[in-house]
Design a protein around this ligand. Structure first.
Ligand SMILES: Nc1nc2c(c(=O)[nH]1)N[C@H]1C(S)=C(S)[C@@H](COP(=O)(O)OP(=O)(O)OC[C@H]3O[C@@H](n4cnc5c(=O)[nH]c(N)nc54)[C@H](O)[C@@H]3O)O[C@H]1N2
Ligand SMILES: Nc1nc2c(c(=O)[nH]1)N[C@H]1C(S)=C(S)[C@@H](COP(=O)(O)OP(=O)(O)OC[C@H]3O[C@@H](n4cnc5c(=O)[nH]c(N)nc54)[C@H](O)[C@@H]3O)O[C@H]1N2
Ligand code: SF4
Ligand SMILES: [Mo]
Length: 840
């Protein structure tokens, strides 16, 4: 048996290649990998007969899903290069980034998990022994059987990260549900990227999670507002659309507390105080209302503005309240998008027609009488009505009452944006068409739902939504609709999904929502929760620490594999075929298998089959990959669009929609009950049920509320005075590429960006190693002076692995508090302090 430990230090490419020669002698398995890299180094073009090129899709969570040429020589991937999209013959989305170019290192580098391993040292020590696949599967499934017999079937849980956008082995794969539903395991759902979705979808309805005009439409906007997104780095693949728009005359306004590279390119940069976007948007709306510049016809015809609201229940006054029987009609069920908050996984579209009860809202007509919305000729935006002693106001009046609390002079103090700037922004937003592109800035605080709610409400006031150049939304991923996620052998899940945010408490108490609910094993794939979830120490101690068996399937070593009892070697993306159904390109894309899985790795699809057999279901997953994918794609709705699995394979990529670019909410047709923008939320619901309570009244309209920690005067303000933000670095996608030595030459070590004033006040010089700390943990990194960071904030490029820090890790510092409605991890809602690091 051979021992293998996590590589401790990054190597430069030169030293790596030198070392490679020595290592090839030492391990036979290593020889395959290092040989590949040596060829990458020696590769000279001009020998086409020796090279085969495969079509690959780069499919991590940057969401770019760029098509890549995989150049294979002698059964090794020696190079990657960009590959044209057939759906866009103008070449407009052909692209590749440094990460895409450096895949060979991820595939052949020393960080690859090569064979199944069982932990021999302490959890977290990174010491394992090599075992065979048979031993690994037997060990896991014997333990699972024991655990289920002892604690109940729910005690086995599984969770996915965002590591692979594929539908066969990735996060959009229905195959995990085929297996884990069969054994009635609990699904733990990651809790991220959903607060702004909640805030938006509760106003416009659900058309998928991240819905906005295709970025190629940016150029049709007069102004592009970017709120808390760092497109040059985090949507590198979309940056060219922004640059094209600027060339075409679109004004770029970036609202971000820090001078990002995007902000540096903007016509206007608005360094808003963190977590105050809702107040800024409400104040812009104040200006619009105050100047009587709102789009009244749009408000009347396409929003809930004229609906009367009962002051006693907070609900709309309905015609049934006035004694009119509701109408009952049959309607065709809408399609459901592939991109959902369920981890970017696939959703199902089951029923063909549904029965709808139409209890129309009551409105005030021009003649002063109350009528059904469908009968009134000119529903009034303002007015009151006395319903048997219950005062009712229009939804618009209630919104305006809220908005009137935020005159620019007051918002200026909250947001630290000058009142004149707020007025200027309001005027720009009125002078449409405008696109408001929201990122995950405001989403990362416990008040994030309201920031998005406020922003989409602004679109109700301007009417700029649903046509070319006009829209508001997140719009990073795109939904490919119409897929089917129920494949052969899949049974319904027995237990509801559990939010990852509820897991620590469940593990501490063995209870969920007051009932006994012990969990003893977690299977993690395509994710690195120790690095990417909040509050690492809580996760490691309470979640992993209370597990009997923690299994991680990954293709490389990570902070999470370090704590695994069993590590399973997954195949890299290019060692298997897959199908992409969620993508920034809005294309279905097929990724070919270019080489066989290296070492003893297996695709997750194959791993699932082994696990199923081990649990007594050898025939559960009995179709070939292609047959399952045909079940996913060959649905009536996609066939009607001319999209079939066979055609996707033939064309490599197919745009999912008949027209380009796709623009959501066309003809102001929304997916709410009324078909209108319901900025007044009659029935607020939570993103995820964790047995929580929430304040319904607060959720009805967009409000500005304090975040949990990241504000002056918060409960921890006496001890900690710096807000800790993170950014997605262009050198990694989350933790992926962390140990890629090619990229480490450009970006060698963890850093923290500080405003010099904050640094000097603490005696910190540019380049000092500093310790960032709070009550939850600490982290050591190199301080980098940066005048573009808002004083009072610090920013770290995220997801360095713990072995790359001198001590600690960034996620240790992050709060696990969450808003009961958004149930979202709040990555930026943290206060910290910083001091010079003293090695001892
Ligand atoms: N290279 C790379 N690309 C990625 C990823 C990656 O890891 N690496 N991850 C992908 C994933 S999963 C996601 S979810 C997306 C995220 O995409 P983005 O949201 O674009 O990513 P961030 O870098 O977090 O950018 C958030 C920005 O919000 C700003 N901000 C912080 N607080 C506030 C605030 O209160 N208000 C406003 N207006 N702005 C604020 C921050 O300064 C930062 O510039 O990126 C995707 N793309
Ligand atoms: N501080 C801070 N933390 C954050 C955020 C933040 O803004 N700030 N953002 C959060 C957000 S929005 C997100 S989406 C998360 C992302 O968090 P994660 O989903 O954990 O992201 P990755 O680090 O990309 O982890 C993916 C893992 O999957 C592995 N992998 C890739 N392909 C495969 C495969 O085919 N099979 C298997 N078995 N494994 C594979 C990769 O090697 C990698 O280890 O991070 C969150 N964490
Ligand atoms: S990492 Fe993202 S932007 Fe870069 S090549 Fe891959 S998909 Fe494209
Ligand atoms: Mo994300």
């Amino acid at each position: 048996m051979t021992d293998q430990t996590t590589p401790k230090s990054g190597l430069t490419r030169r030293s790596f290649l030198k070392a490679a020669g020595a290592t090839t002698v030492a391990t036979a398995a290593g020889a395959i990998g290092f040989g590949g890299l040596a060829i990458a180094e020696d590769y000279a073009p001009g020998q086409p007969d020796e090279e085969t090129i495969f079509c690959g899709v780069c499919r991590g969570n940057c969401s770019g899903t760029c098509k890549l040429n995989l150049h294979v020589r002698d059964n090794k991937i020696v190079k990657t290069s960009k590959r044209p999209f057939n759906s866009f013959p103008d070449g407009s989305i052909d692209r590749i980034c440094l990460r895409g170019l450096s895949h060979p290192y991820n595939i052949y580098g020393p960080n690859r998990v090569q064979y199944p391993m069982k932990r021999v040292g302490e959890r977290g020590s990174g010491e394992w022994e090599r075992i065979s696949w048979e031993e690994a599967i037997k060990y896991i499934t014997d333990e699972w059987k024991r655990i289920q017999a002892e604690y109940g079937e729910q005690a086995i849980a599984y969770t996915r990260g965002s590591g692979n956008m594929g539908a066969i082995s990735g996060v959009a794969s229905p195959m995990y549900n085929v297996f884990f539903n069969k054994i009635n395991a609990s699904m733990i759902k990651i809790a991220r990227d959903q607060a702004n979705t909640r805030g938006i979808n509760r106003v416009v309805g659900n058309l998928g999670d991240w819905v906005l005009n295709d970025p190629s439409d940016f150029k049709n906007a007069k102004t592009l507002f970017v709120w808390g997104a760092n497109i040059t780095d985090a949507q590198l693949h979309d940056w060219h659309h922004v640059a094209d728009a600027q060339d075409a005359g679109t004004k770029l306004v970036v609202i971000d507390p820090i001078m990002t590279q995007l902000a540096a390119r903007a016509d206007k940069w608005v360094p808003v105080k963190p977590a105050t976007d809702a107040a800024l948007a409400l104040s812009m709306m104040y200006v619009m209302v105050d100047e009587d510049a709102v789009n009244k016809p749009f408000l009347r015809d396409h929003t809930c503005a004229p609906f009367l609201v009962r002051s006693d229940t907070g609900k709309f006054l309905r015609m049934s309240d006035l004694g009119v029987e509701p109408e009952v009609i049959e309607v065709a069920a809408g399609q459901v998008s592939a991109a959902s908050s369920e981890n970017k996984g696939a959703k199902v579209n089951a029923a063909k027609t549904v029965t709808k009860v139409l209890d129309h809202p009551a409105v005030l007509d021009a003649d002063g009488t109350v009528k059904s919305l469908v009968e009134a000729t000119d529903p009034q935006l303002s007015g009151t009505y006395d319903f048997n002693g219950v005062p009712c106001s229009t939804a618009y009046d209630l919104l305006v009452e809220d908005i009137m609390q935020y005159p620019p002079e007051k918002a200026q103090d909250i947001c630290d944006v000058p009142a004149e700037t707020i007025v200027e922004l309001a005027h720009l937003a009125l002078d449409g068409p405008c696109i408001h592109r929201l990122g995950w800035g405001s989403n990362s605080y416990t008040n994030g739902v309201h920031a998005a709610h406020a922003n989409i409400t602004m679109a109700a006031l301007t009417g700029q939504i649903g046509y070319s150049g006009a829209g508001t939304g997140v719009g990073d991923f795109k939904a490919c609709w119409g897929i089917n996620a129920v494949v052969k052998g899949m049974t319904a899940a027995k237990y509801p999904m559990i939010s990852a945010l509820a897991l620590p408490e469940i593990m501490r108490t063995d209870k969920w929502k007051g009932e006994d609910y012990p969990i003893r094993s977690l299977y993690v794939y395509a994710g690195n929760p120790v690095s990417n979830q909040v509050n690492t120490n809580e996760y490691v101690n309470d979640v992993i620490g209370n597990m009997d068996l923690y299994v991680v399937a990954d293709y490389c070593f990570t902070d999470t594999t370090k704590y695994a009892d069993i590590v399973l070697p997954a195949a890299h993306w290019f060692e298997q075929q897959d199908l992409v159904v969620i993508s920034a390109t809005q294309c279905f894309i097929h990724s070919e298998k270019a080489i066989d899985p290296l070492y003893e790795s297996k695709s997750d699809f194959e791993i699932l089959k082994l696990l199923a057999a081990g649990m007594g279901y050898p025939d559960l997953i009995d179709l070939a990959e292609d047959e399952y994918m045909s079940q996913v794609v060959d649905t009536p709705s996609l066939t009607a669009l001319g999209i079939t699995y066979e055609k996707i394979k033939e064309n490599e990529d197919m745009y999912w929609y008949p027209e380009k670019p796709w623009i959501p909410w066309q003809n102001a047709s929304f997916r709410t009950e009324s078909g209108r923008m319901e900025f007044y939320v009659e029935n607020p619901t939570v993103q995820f049920d964790v047995g929580q309570t929430f304040d319904e009244e607060r959720e009805r309209l967009p409000r500005y509320i304090n975040p949990t920690e990241a504000y002056e005067g918060s409960p921890t303000w006496d001890k900690y005075k710096l807000i800790l933000l993170s950014e997605r670095p262009r050198f990694r996608v989350h933790s992926m590429w962390s140990d890629n030595a090619y990229l480490r030459e450009l970006d060698p070590e963890p850093t923290i960006k500080m405003n010099p004033a904050d640094a000097e006040a603490r005696g910190i010089a540019d380049g000092d190693y500093v310790e960032v700390y709070n009550d939850r943990g600490h982290c050591v990194a190199k301080a980098v002076y940066n005048n573009g960071i808002r004083p009072g904030c610090m920013v770290y490029p995220k997801s360095w692995q713990s072995h790359q820090h001198k001590a600690g890790c960034w996620s240790e510092l992050l709060t696990s508090e969450y808003d009961p409605v958004g149930v979202n991890e709040s990555y930026f809602d943290n206060l910290v302090e910083v001091r010079v690091w003293n090695e001892e």
